[in-house]
Design a protein around this ligand. Sequence first.
Ligand SMILES: [Mn+2]
Length: 388
Amino acid sequence: MVDRQAVTTALAQQRIELPSWAFGNSGTRFKVFTQPGVPRDPFEKVADAGQVHAFTGVAPSIALHIPWDSVEDWAKLGQAASDAGISLGTVNANVFQDDDYKLGSVTNPDPRVRRKALDHLLACVDVMDQTGSRDLKLWFSDGTNYPGQDDIRARQDRLAEALAAVYARLGASQRLILEYKLFEPAFYTMDVPDWGTAYAHCLTLGEKAKVCVDTGHHAPGTNIEFIVAVLQRAGKLGAFDFNSRFYADDDLIVGAADPFQLFRILFEVTAAGGLAASSEITFMLDQCHNIEPKIPGQIRSVMNVQEATAKALLVDVDALGAAQRAGDILGANAVLMDAYNTDVRPLLAELRQSQGLDPDPMGAYARSGYAERIVADRTGGQQAGWGA
Ligand SMILES: [Mn+2]
């Protein structure tokens, strides 16, 4: 039997971190469509993120991207976050937008460029000291386009050296979260292409190094929940970057392309205790809202994660275990599918009402007038966007 009260309690405690870049303008390499009311600075991004939390109740932190979100006074940004009802979260480093990094950042054959990249990563830890952030998220665009272009093993050595230097700089409660990606921008080799490479580096580094699973960073058909289960079992699953994809790294709204996959992933997470208070897994969105409005896009995304989590929690694990032990293939599958096919929207509406929230976050945001207000107020200045 599923304990409904336990499900509700777990859902009430779930935390989903929002990416600051989801609120800025974004697009493809073909066109960035600007939207009125988009934030012009990190303070306005923080204010928008606060709206998502205000209507969902489960998104109390915003991840930052350095240098896009760099400010002179971090305490002031922290205060703005606090005023908006949220806090500053994961710090994402950026070593992929400088001409120097054409041949790589920390894996570049030129030691001067490697030093420059490492200095940026270390500066990001300085920022974390000021913002109180726990996690430093590292994604490297490093790789090669042509066979023979560079020495694959030497690049791994350079990567390991940089990671070790960053790891040594971490404070006692800070973590290094290493993200992998199959391809793009490099097309022949990426230096951290998969969970195995990320895991191997994190294992060498130590306890404070964990892997980030970005759901859009795998080959089509990859069984992501298997990766999640293996990493979690090894104590190396540090974070999720949630988004969904039809083709490659589409960065679409999580749960939009394949809600069943999201359910399967979250079932592995919840079954292994990933929602417990002691869990070290950060649930983050990593998305861009290129054509849809951004704040409602984030609210919808948070709701999609909540719905998949609710279904995962509704799996009758006792019945599942009994069916598995009896070798009852169809019975076991039916237990899982029963949970997946449950309409959890009434349960979540009830939960929100019990927390003093509107049961319908999308509608409540639309009625709040915030969207109209930011369009009227945010005139002049340069809108924030991917890369600024
Ligand atoms: Mn990501």
